[in-house]
Design a protein around this ligand. Structure first.
Ligand code: ADP
Ligand code: ZN
Length: 727
């Protein structure tokens, strides 16, 4: 439509998926109905994009000649007012462009229009006059009132299309329209009913109350691994379903969703809809669409599920709320747990944070009464917590060139003899984290990143874990040319596996990590094999640390408990405590006596002491006090700014300019200093840390600082991380 002949009845703001700070103004053609939240197709430069009609009442002065019109309104429920407020809120909090947050909502273009109905066939009462074996096969299949597609029926019966067409001509089938998408069965709150112990019942009742009463609240559900937190929050989900609400369950790890789906299915008679990066495109469209129109009642998903277009959301559960995987550190830097609290607050409904080892922030909020606090203090049934001991690596070191200390090897042997399973945990993929030449000392380093190349012996490559670069392991040192003098330094899980196979050649051993070939499917099979008892010793990274229930696993050995403490991050102790609790929690889930052994050079470290004694209370007390002394979150505000560029000098110069542009006041800026990973994929990185008191408006400060500084030029990029997870 030529623009000047357009009869414009009015204009509306439309938020489009670009880094623009504001919605753009578009004309609404005569006769078109749009309301706030409507998803519309609009011209943007040479393209057409999907945007959302926004509720911005600022009047833009747009030259009527330049005004472009909405092309069409998608046949899709509008984005709710709550979702729109949420998008704005996330944008303001994270200092992102609202359009970039909207982009996370609008990622599924094919779902905006309902799929057209599919032509299909339905059986009538008519019987064919002439019967053939092929016709008989078709009739045998096509009973009942279900519709078939023409080709689907022919394929299922193993006959040609002409057989089906012949029957249709004879009046045996009538042509109908099939619904385009299978309608997912709705979870039924009464399906299996709760099966709870007395403790669990009390906790479940306490979780149901806010759901039944409505209104915002956040509840920390804290209970040791195996206490039945999932069973308990299922009752809150049941209450929300009874109240006609949609429910979102956030899970940190795709590998965990499978067993969750099964348990959910057992309880509610239907699975929840899944949402994560491994979902096939067709299924994504279906889920998005059915969340929007209300057919999907429960979604279990990764952090991005927060941006699904729910219209009747009434409960969010964040499982393993302390998990670092909830933080997105790309484009829009957000923490899904924190944003889930915001989403519930905006929607005026309750949310639940579940964990055996809550984050210090959440624990503090529960202690000071901002969050409700519901506890489960015992494992379900007879299951006892594993007994945990530290192995002091200074006193009982492993043999030369080995990594498993004698007490751990002994325990593995005993576990094997009892016919039970062991898990050896090391959060390090590959064979060895560093390879060097014995003759000249050359170290293999990634040319694009400041990191060592990790040897992956099963694959025969040296690999960079930051950019994925890999090269064959050379026979000769590239520096001095000496043959066969490369040495592997330190262990990765492949090397531990080698040691285990040498020590226990008859045991069935398996290595599990994220770079295992075969992806999620293979992992699922392996996990099932472990559950069934087809494996004696599992060697794995954090992939096996979380969530799984291995009934026959009675020994967990942590190969290097100090690994996470090396970097001097104030959150290191907390993370170590969380990870080790979780890993050792894999042991003894079904009542057998179980043991957790932790190899450490610092058994006196508070995190190790807390794990061994099982005294989380004292540990949290200390952590909170330490944060308070350092004015760190939740007693202070933090942000980190990463400046990256193709050259080191450019990055540093812009970092300095940012610092110089900082307003003077109670908020401090540290740096620029080289970021912990100073080079990634060929980009040099500098970091500024912004630290202010709890009451500070850190967003206003950052905005002023970035606004006052010169605009980044050339290859310079600035990314802001409010509430960084490592600092
Ligand atoms: P958590 O999330 O606290 O680690 P889960 O909810 O995963 O605990 O429960 C641990 C195990 O105990 C699961 O296998 C679960 O099926 C089982 N379980 C917990 N509570 C019950 C119950 N009331 N009845 C039967 N099995 C239960
Ligand atoms: Zn690299």
């Amino acid at each position: 439509m030529p623009q000047d002949s357009l009869f414009v009845s009015r204009t509306v703001p439309v938020l489009v998926p670009t880094p623009s700070e504001r919605p753009y103004t578009y004309a609404v053609p005569e006769g078109m109905e749009v309301e706030p939240g409507a998803i519309v197709a609009v011209p943007l430069g040479p393209r057409t994009v999907a945007g959302v009609v926004w509720d911005d009442d600022r009047k833009d002065e747009v030259d009527p000649k330049k005004l472009r019109a909405i092309e069409r309104v998608f046949d899709c429920p509008p984005l709710s007012a709550d979702m729109r407020r949420f998008v704005d809120w996330v944008a303001r909090y994270t200092l992102s462009a609202p359009g970039m947050v909207a982009r996370m909502v609008l990622r599924v273009p094919a779902a905006f229009d309902p799929e057209p109905a599919v032509p299909g066939l339905r059986r009538t009462e008519v019987l064919p006059e002439r019967m053939t074996p092929a016709r008989a096969r078709v009739l045998e299949l096509a009973t009942g009132c279900l519709g078939w597609t023409r080709s689907g029926l022919a394929h299922a019966a193993g006959v040609s299309l002409s057989v089906v067409d012949g029957l249709t001509k004879a009046g045996v089938f009538e042509e109908i329209e099939l619904p385009p998408m299978p309608v997912v069965a709705a979870p039924d709150p009464d399906y299996a009913g709760a099966r709870l112990s007395e403790d669990q019942r009390a906790a479940a009742d306490s979780l149901r109350v806010p759901v039944e009463e409505g209104g915002f609240s956040a509840t920390l559900l804290e209970g040791v691994t195996g206490s039945g937190k999932t069973e308990v929050y299922f009752e809150a989900i049941a209450a929300a379903l009874e109240a006609g609400k949609q429910v979102l369950v956030l899970l940190p790890e795709i590998a965990l969703t499978h067993s969750f789906l099964e348990r959910f299915h057992d309880r509610f008679g239907a699975p929840p809809a899944e949402w994560h990066s491994e979902i096939a495109p067709k299924a994504r469209e279906r889920v998005w669409r059915q969340v929007a129109d209300g057919r999907v009642r429960v979604v279990a998903g990764a952090r991005s599920a927060l941006f699904l277009p729910f219209s009747e959301l009434g409960l969010i559960v964040v499982d393993e709320e302390h998990d670092p995987a909830y933080k997105q550190e790309d484009r829009v830097f957000y923490h899904a747990r924190d944003m889930a609290v915001v989403r519930a607050h905006i929607g005026g409904f309750p949310m639940i944070l579940s964990s055996a080892t809550p984050s210090v922030e959440t624990r503090y909020n529960a202690e000071n009464g901002r969050y409700r606090h519901v506890r489960l203090s015992r494992r379900f049934a007879e299951a006892a917590m594993p007994e945990i001991a530290a192995i002091d690596m200074r006193r009982t070191p492993p043999a030369r060139g080995r990594f498993l200390a004698p007490p751990l090897l002994k325990a593995i042997g005993e576990t094997l003899e009892r016919g039970e399973q062991s898990l050896l945990f090391l959060n390090r993929r590959g064979y060895a984290p560093l390879t060097l030449c014995r003759v000249c000392g050359h170290r293999f380093q990634c040319s694009d990143c400041s990191s060592w190349l990790v040897e992956h012996r099963f694959r025969g490559v040296l690999m960079c874990h930051h950019c994925g670069h890999h090269e064959p392991v050379p026979e000769a040192c590239p520096e001095c040319g000496t043959l066969d003098h490369l040495v592997a330094c330190g262990p990765g899980i492949e090397r531990i596996a080698e040691e285990v196979v040498q020590a226990f050649p008859d045991a069935r051993t398996i290595v599990l990590s994220s770079d295992m070939l075969g992806g999620v499917k293979r992992l699922r099979l392996e996990l099932e094999a472990i559950e069934k008892g087809d494996v004696d010793i599992v060697i794995g990274t954090q992939l096996v640390a979380k969530g799984h229930n291995f009934p026959n696993m009675t020994l967990v050995g942590v190969v290097d408990a100090d690994l996470g403490l090396a970097n001097g991050d104030p959150r290191a102790a907390e993370r170590t405590f969380q990870l080790l609790s979780q890993v050792t929690g894999r042991a003894g889930r079904t009542g057998k006596k179980s043991l957790g052994l932790i190899q450490t050079f610092q058994p006196e470290h508070p995190a190790m002491r807390a794990i061994v004694s099982g005294d989380g209370e004292a540990f949290y007390g200390n952590q909170i006090a330490e944060r308070e002394r350092g004015h760190l979150p939740p007693f202070g505000r933090l942000a980190s700014i990463i400046v990256s560029a193709n050259s080191r000098a450019e990055a540093e110069t812009h970092g300095r300019a940012l610092r110089a542009a900082a307003p003077v006041g109670e908020i401090m800026v540290l740096g620029p200093a080289e970021a912990p990973l100073a080079l990634i994929r060929g980009r040099h990185r500098f970091r500024l840390l912004v630290h202010g008191p709890e009451r500070a408006n850190i967003q206003a400060f950052l905005r002023a600082m970035i606004g006052n500084a010169p605009r980044p030029r050339g290859s310079v990029r600035v990314s802001v991380d409010v509430d960084p997870q490592s600092f």
